[in-house]
Design a protein around this ligand. Structure first.
Ligand code: SF4
Ligand code: SF4
Length: 133
């Protein structure tokens, strides 16, 4: 059975997200990563984080959605524009207090979290399980 909110928070604290950052690394090739809803865009207005409009699918008329922009790391990996630091090293989210809803809903250990593969009591697995763009 899935633990309740208190259990999930305790679980989350077992992960060293500030030495990982894997979920802030985009698995896609486009300029945008995290999907933004209107309230996300409003919350991010006072930050320097760039927002891009990205076409979704091939339908007509074209549908565009707002996303947090990405930037390319020196090693070619694409990360969220709000990510600071080094992947699999010291890192942080520069917009953490106003981070988008999608990021708020994502808990360490959730399905796509590569840190979920960490050995018991050991370090996060970091980027080892993450698809690369
Ligand atoms: S991938 Fe998992 S362990 Fe790594 S920063 Fe994201 S939530 Fe934390
Ligand atoms: S907004 Fe913050 S938590 Fe969300 S992907 Fe970007 S850097 Fe990571």
């Amino acid at each position: 059975m899935r633990p309740g909110p208190a259990g999930r928070l305790a679980e989350a604290e077992a992960y060293d997200c500030q030495s990982c950052g894997a979920c802030c690394c985009s698995p896609w090739t486009g300029d945008g990563y995290v999907r933004l809803y209107e309230h996300d865009v409003e919350r991010l207005l006072d930050t320097a984080a760039a927002v891009v409009m990205q076409r979704q699918g091939d339908g007509e008329p074209a549908e565009f959605v707002a996303k947090l922009a990405t930037r390319i790391e020196p090693d070619g990996r694409r990360v969220c524009v709000a990510f600071a630091g080094r992947l699999s090293g010291p890192c942080a989210c520069t917009v953490y207090p106003v981070r988008p809803e999608a990021c708020r809903r994502f808990f360490p250990g959730d399905g796509p979290c590569p840190g979920g593969a960490r050995p018991a009591g050991g370090r996060n697995a970091g980027l080892s399980g993450r698809p690369r763009a």
